[in-house]
Design a binder for this molecule. Structure first.
Ligand code: FES
Ligand SMILES: [Fe+2]
Length: 338
């Protein structure tokens, strides 16, 4: 077992589903951060995520709860709750219970994905989920990409930070991804909660290092979500999302988009794009095989070249962990000090 010595309750955005999994009026059960939750979509399309248990007598809203307009109705006694967890109607009383509230989470839905903001202290979001298609510094957007493939690997014994470290880990690319030489990291920016790592990389054999004209730009929004854009090679975008389930395991979601050729407006994914997306998934699977069995090394033994990237990343990561409870000041008495 390799339970990480890092908190599994970090603050930030975390993907909890893909949009297609929660249709209009549907209620979806899930467990994240050691908490039973429900996600439900109102009839006008908005997703709400809240704790699963009804504040009246504790029924699980994911077992028989139903959506009525912009409310979820408990199956036990019909109490109605809005998307912020407030009780808005008790069918057999004149007034709702204004005092009771089911814990709810800020939700973002973009790029066919659903994210919640998790903060153990209930703080509001202070950074955004990156838009993997429209959020890079170019004029591309959702219309330019096919959603081409996804990978879901639930319950892996890994911590979100392992996955974030992958970006600064230039040496693993030659071993895990079989690239002909190690990428050249051209940008590290760990000054804000959203960090940036860019590198040049080439996948074809026989190319000379000085001739590389392709690369990856990565945007890491906290520890849970990383968006990448490739340039100079297969036009792909990826979204990596790691969401803690409990104190030892996380669900990993990976989404791949492939660029459309100019003028291509077909709704059908071309075979070529599917093939490319599968290759991207395969590369990611190679990482997962390491992460799922890795033990967090602290302090790590780093080479001179690795030191800067890893140290900056690990320092950056600390801001997302809940503050450790302050240890009680040891009390010593005359009698014990012999
Ligand atoms: S337990 Fe939900 S309405 Fe009674
Ligand atoms: Fe990797």
């Amino acid at each position: 077992m390799a339970k990480p010595p890092l908190s599994m309750k970090p603050t930030g955005w975390f993907q909890v589903a893909w949009s297609a999994e929660i249709g209009l009026g549907e209620v979806h059960r899930m467990k994240y951060f050691d908490t039973e939750m429900v996600a439900w979509r109102s009839t006008d399309g908005r997703v709400a995520v809240m704790d699963a248990y009804c504040e009246h007598l504790g029924a699980h809203l994911g077992h028989g709860g139903r959506v009525d307009g912009d409310r979820i109705v408990c199956p036990f006694h019909g109490w109605e709750w809005d998307s912020t967890g407030r009780n808005v109607r008790i069918p057999y009383e004149k007034r709702p219970n204004r005092g009771r509230r089911i814990g709810s989470y800020p939700v973002a839905e973009l790029n066919e994905s659903i994210f919640i903001w998790h903060d153990i202290d209930g703080g509001a979001p202070y950074f955004d989920v990156p838009d993997v298609l429209a959020g890079f510094d170019d004029d591309r957007g959702a219309a330019d990409y096919y959603p081409a493939a996804t990978l879901f690997r639930p319950g892996l014994e890994l911590h979100p930070q392992y996955v974030m470290e992958n970006g600064v880990d230039f040496a693993h690319f030659t071993f895990v991804h079989k690239v002909p030489f190690m990428p050249d990291i051209t940008r590290h920016d760990f000054t804000r909660p959203t960090s940036y790592v860019d590198f040049t990389i080439a996948f074809e054999n026989g190319i000379r290092a000085e001739d590389v004209s392709s690369g990856v730009e990565a945007v890491n929004a906290g520890l849970g979500v990383a968006a990448t854009k490739s340039w100079g090679m297969v036009d792909n975008r990826t979204l990596t999302a790691v969401t803690p389930v409990d104190d030892a395991t996380s669900d990993v979601r990976f989404s791949v988009w492939i660029g459309r050729r100019p003028g291509d407006e077909s709704s059908e994914l071309p075979t070529g794009a599917k093939f490319l997306a599968d290759a991207v998934i395969e590369q990611f699977t190679a990482d997962i095989r390491i992460w799922a069995h890795q033990r967090y090394s602290d302090p790590p033994s780093l080479t001179h070249g690795e030191y800067d990237g890893f140290t900056q990343l690990r320092q950056w990561a600390k801001q997302f962990y809940p503050a450790a409870p302050t240890a009680p000041t040891p009390v010593t008495s005359e009698r014990t000090q012999r």
